[in-house]
Each structure stands twice: as C-alpha cells, then as structure tokens.
Design a protein. Sequence first.
Length: 318
Amino acid sequence: MKLEFIDKQDFNKIVDELKSLYKVCLNKDLSTEYFLWRYLNNPIDDFVLCIAREDNKIVASYSILPINIVVDNEIIKAGISMPILVKPNFRNNGLSFELAIKVYEKLKERNYSLLLAFPNEIYHYNLVKKFGFEDIYEMPTLKLEIKDKDIYHINRCDIQKVDVDNDYKFNYSLLLKNNTNKIKIYKDVNYLKWIFRENPIEKYNNYVVSKNKLVLASLVLKKDKNKIEILELNSIDKEYTKILLCKLFRDSIEDEIKNIELCCSIYNKNHRVLEELGFKNDIPVTYFTLKKINCLDNKINDYKNWCIQMSDFKDSLK
C-alpha cells in the first residue's frame, strides 16, 4: 500500500479514478467538469489531496478544501474536511486513520490553523472519536412551509428595489465588512463567483438590494423541485433582509414552491426576522465540528461566535 499526495499538475491523470471512487463510496455520479472546478479552480491557491494505491490503483482518498476564515478581523488559513473515501475491500484495517494522520501533518506544515467538518450521522462518530474533531453544534434547518400562512403581503415590501446580480458585478465591499464580530468563512467577490457563478452542476440566483451598485443585502438561492434553499443571506440591516425575503416569497407563490429552507444561527441578527415570518427549526440537522491544527483562541469552540451558512457545508456532504 502506497500513500501519496497529488499535485495540481497531476490531478487530471487521476480524475477518472476519483470519479469511480465517489461512485463506489458515496453512490454519486459527478462529472469531470465538477472535479476540475472543485479542486483546480478554487481561487484559494492551495491543494491537499492524499490517495492510497494498491497495485497502482486508487483505493482510498482524503481531500481538504482550502478556505480562509475571519477571526477578529484577521484572515487565517483553514480548510473543510471532505469524507474519507475507502473502497469496501480495504475498510476496517486502519487505512482511513493513516490517510488522516498524513493529511493533518501536511496541514500543519503548511500553517493551516483550523479544519472544519460538517459530517452526517454516518461519519460523525468516527470524526470525533477517532480523528480528534470537536463538536461545536448541531445545526437545525430553518424551514418555512408556504402553505402555513398568506405571505404574499408580508410587510408589503418594495420589491422594486431588488436586482439580480448572478455575475457578481456589483460592489460587495460593505457586506464583506459586515458581522466583523463573527467568525466566518471569508468570501470575497472571486470566491463568490467561483462557488456560485462557475459551479458546473448547480444554478443559483443572487438577489440584491443596492444603492449605486453598492450591495446592502444579498440572498443566494437554489430552486430544487418544489423547494428553495437559501445558500447565503447577508444584510447590513433587517429591513433589507425583509425586502429580499418578500421578493422570494412572491416568487415562491408564482412557482408553486412548498418550502423555503436555510441555515441561520439563533445568534445571527437575521434569525429573529426569520422567526417573525414563520420559519421554524426542522430536519435535517447538520453536525458542525472542527479540529485545531495550530493553536487558536478558545473562542472558536463557542457556536455563538460563528456565522455558518448553508453554502459553507452543502457541498462537503457530497
């Protein structure tokens, strides 16, 4: 058995085997275009992928998606842990642990401070018990059932103020400076373009309220059959939040949408607005865990200090 790290320039050589591994382990059919977008086109110029070979064939892999985290107005190097994938015939022999140790050592060498993970109920136990991740919170899904109430006339918001900016040509500098007291994934315009506009398998719409192209609030959504997922909701004021949600509600009625879902902490200023409009805690519940690579302040262990949104973990569950 040989464990090795793959460089960016060699990624194209193994992408077909990775696709096969995802299919075997996660029952996911993902395109080559998706893998190239996810691993090679990330605007954060780093790459961490460790594979295990047996008879020159890939039998396991562990990858980290590089991100930046804002803590006390300082940008630090971090990553999101993807599931460790091992073919069935090679499980229960310590291979996943070997891969993990090798990856964590590499992250320490590269001065990563933190590793986030959002496991489902299958992967959660091992991450905490075997790999040293710490539980931060169990995050419920906030859900609104459209049939529950007449939301068409809520607050009679002026939805004429809402634009669509799917190409991210507006100025988002004000939103970047918002919630500076919260720990969050740093998303500049290049990151937003990559994660939403350039995604090869999902289509997103970005509603904005702006003044002279300066964005005051933004809501990124994805329509999925009869429901809408809000991937991002950011605003400098709750009144702008209400305008965006009112626009979304009216679109939902026109499109016969049944549910609207998002992730929003009770410590987020938007949570009270969402509650007032009828959103309630529901399933699925997402585990939020982390692993310290290099020492950080203990404030990162308190969920009150975090601002986590659905876009932060949705793809890591694939």
